[in-house]
Design a protein around this ligand. Structure first.
Ligand code: AGP
Length: 615
């Protein structure tokens, strides 16, 4: 996820653009840049910085020369998806002549083929990003004599994927051109000033006259005029956006806290992470790994290493990998793996899973694995993180910055990405038939829609949670793919509500822990209709026979399960190995509601940090 801002009609362009980028920095901070048209006709002045954490500040360096008479300007703060967070990959990107500058949020899926065609026509690329092709496409159309908005419309028609774009042109100093498809972009107007930004927070300090831009619409923004058209050039009515937020609330998208915002961002986080992973014929695309199918097939074993919620995602991934790819797979807590003298080597594929890419336990475990000769793949949400730099290969979740200390959207994105990777391994090993692959790929692609259905039930989840807000002891049970879900549900309750919550494989209770069960014990069980549902319900009966109260994560309309328990957190049905992506959502909400009921701040749980950089 990246942050975009644009404006036209202000003599104070640099200050406003930089302040807008500071507001948008939560969306990504790998690098930043600003381009401003020089009204004196000398072209576009562009400065960029890839100094992580102070790239925006660098743009205010007094040594930088900016237009004395500024025209339209654009700014960008980057959360890298294609291309490392370097200066050359920082936005804005330019065409061959530097007379067009573009900022972009999203993913241009067909950027490679577009770039090849443009290079064949004589264009020269200066970055490894998908975005740069947009500047050259506009240049090509503009050189053919098309007016700026027509050139943008023509370029956009060639794009596949998601995008929010803002463009300035040297020969049109008052003009901002904006276009979007799926990625967010809003328009604002003030007295003789026009604005474009990724979200409301960046524009609220200047104006509340805001408008939304629809998919495949193009806006021409001038100081006193906004003109919106569809891709055929037909005029489109402006859609006003009524905003009741203050600025601080706007950064949270109007939600009470970042955790709630990020829970609601889960559908898009999973969708963006899966974007481009499945071709129309069902095959998978992990080209960035740089590992051929034969190299992948040569591994005798896959070991996942991680901590906390990432470990729970890794556990789900290990089960899916063994199931689909028919290769021995296991998940280990990184802090344990590091010191156990593991017997691994070149035949082992080690996958480290880390939202931050900085957790020191996982980092050291990865280094140990490398010392043993294993091939390492880092699955992380932060481009340019230490693990991303040191691993032999990297796979990025594209969840956008996760601010809340309790991992939510990134946890789901990790599972989705790793399950797609399991299918990729299965194809490489030639052990999955086309029908199974199509079925599994379709189920994964459908998960964002199912997460949304869970979010439609959030009040139902909160209502169930309220009934148990004073309970101080919970047991979370699940079998096979249900067990990592139980672990994650228990962790959420511990880290947010500070409540004791033990997770066990359901079949393990009778080997000791059931001695703890007495009337009043609260047991949360993952009871969706997997192949082990009957076994799980038998374990439920063992708990109920000793007076336990049962809360079940169960499928919508499963009256039989509902008749056997005391409360239900209902979820839509999905393929068994996709259930961790869906079934965790009610447990996130359950923990959040109890934390709020106890007066806790879910964004800043006590004793915790977002990134654990100490052993
Ligand atoms: C999860 O809600 C916690 N914030 C914590 O367990 C976290 O998942 C763990 O510290 C691993 O962090 P990482 O993914 O950045 O490596």
């Amino acid at each position: 996820m990246c942050g975009i801002i644009g404006l036209t009609g202000s003599s104070d362009a640099l200050r406003i653009l930089r302040e807008g980028l500071e507001t948008l920095e939560y969306r990504g901070y790998d690098s930043a840049g600003i381009a401003i048209v020089d009204r004196d006709g000398s072209g576009i002045t562009r400065h960029r910085s890839a100094e992580q954490g102070h790239a925006i500040a660098d743009l205010g360096d007094p040594s930088l020369v900016w237009p004395v008479s500024p025209g339209a300007g654009i700014g960008h703060t980057r959360w890298a998806t294609h291309g490392a967070p370097t200066h050359d990959n920082a936005h804005p990107h330019a065409d061959c002549t530097g007379a067009i500058s573009v900022v972009h949020n999203g993913i241009i899926e067909n950027h490679r083929e577009l770039a090849a065609a443009l290079v064949a026509e004589g264009h020269s690329m200066s970055s490894a990003t998908d975005t740069e092709v947009v500047a050259h496409l506009i240049e090509r159309e503009h050189l053919r004599g098309l007016a700026p908005a027509d050139a943008v419309r023509s370029a956009v028609r060639e794009l596949r994927g998601d995008f929010a774009l803002c463009i300035v042109l040297a020969d049109e100093p008052d003009l901002l051109v904006a276009a979007r498809r799926t990625s967010p972009l809003i328009i604002g107007t003030g007295p003789s000033v026009g604005y474009v930004a990724s979200d409301i927070a960046a524009l609220l300090p200047m104006t509340r006259e805001l408008f939304t831009l629809g998919d495949d619409e193009v806006a021409e923004v001038r100081p006193n005029e906004i003109r919106v058209t569809d891709l055929e050039g037909g005029l489109v009515e402006l859609s006003p956006l009524r905003v009741t937020w203050d600025v601080r609330a706007a950064q949270k998208g109007g939600y009470d806290d970042f955790m709630t915002k990020e829970i609601h961002e889960q559908p898009s986080a999973v969708a963006e992470t899966l974007l481009g992973r499945f071709a129309d014929d069902g095959t998978t695309d992990f080209e960035e790994l740089g590992l051929t199918r034969s190299q992948l097939a040569a591994f005798h074993r896959v070991v996942f290493l991680a901590c906390g919620s990432s470990y729970h995602a890794a556990l789900s991934a290990s089960l899916a990998t063994e199931h689909f790819a028919r290769v021995p797979a296991s998940a280990e807590v990184a802090s344990e793996f590091r010191y156990r003298g593991a017997v691994i080597g070149p035949e082992t594929l080690v996958v480290v899973v880390s939202q931050s890419g900085e957790s020191v336990d996982t980092l050291h475990a990865m280094r140990e694995a490398k010392l043993q000769g294993a091939t390492t793949v880092a699955v992380t949400n932060v481009v340019g993180s230490v693990m991303a730099r040191e691993a032999d290969a990297v796979l990025y979740t594209r969840a956008g910055p996760e601010i809340g200390v309790a991992s939510t959207k990134c946890h789901l994105a990790q599972i989705a990405l790793l399950e797609a990777f399991a299918l990729h391994l299965a194809i490489a090993r030639g052990v999955i038939d086309a029908a199974s692959l199509t079925r599994a790929g379709a189920a994964l692609i459908e998960t964002p829609r199912l997460i949304t259905r869970c979010l439609d039930k959030i009040e139902e989840y909160f209502s169930v949670a309220q009934r148990y807000a004073d309970v101080n002891d919970f047991y979370f049970l699940g079998r096979r793919i249900g067990y990592p879900i139980a672990l994650e549900g228990a962790l959420k309750l511990k880290e947010l509500a500070y409540v004791r919550a033990e997770a066990y494989p359901a079949g393990e209770m009778k080997h000791g822990p059931i001695a703890l069960i007495e009337p009043g014990a609260i047991v949360v069980v993952v009871a969706t209709r997997t192949t082990l549902w009957e076994k799980v319900m038998a374990n439920v009966e063992e708990m109920r026979a000793r007076g336990a109260t049962i809360i079940a994560v169960a499928e919508e309309g499963d009256d039989e399960t509902e008749s056997l328990v005391d409360a239900v957190l209902s979820v839509p049905a999905t393929m068994e190995f996709c259930s961790p992506i869906i079934d965790v959502v009610p447990l996130q909400c359950f923990a959040y509601a109890i934390a709020r009921a106890r007066g806790n701040d879910p964004d800043r749980p006590r004793n915790l940090a977002k990134v654990v950089t100490v052993e």
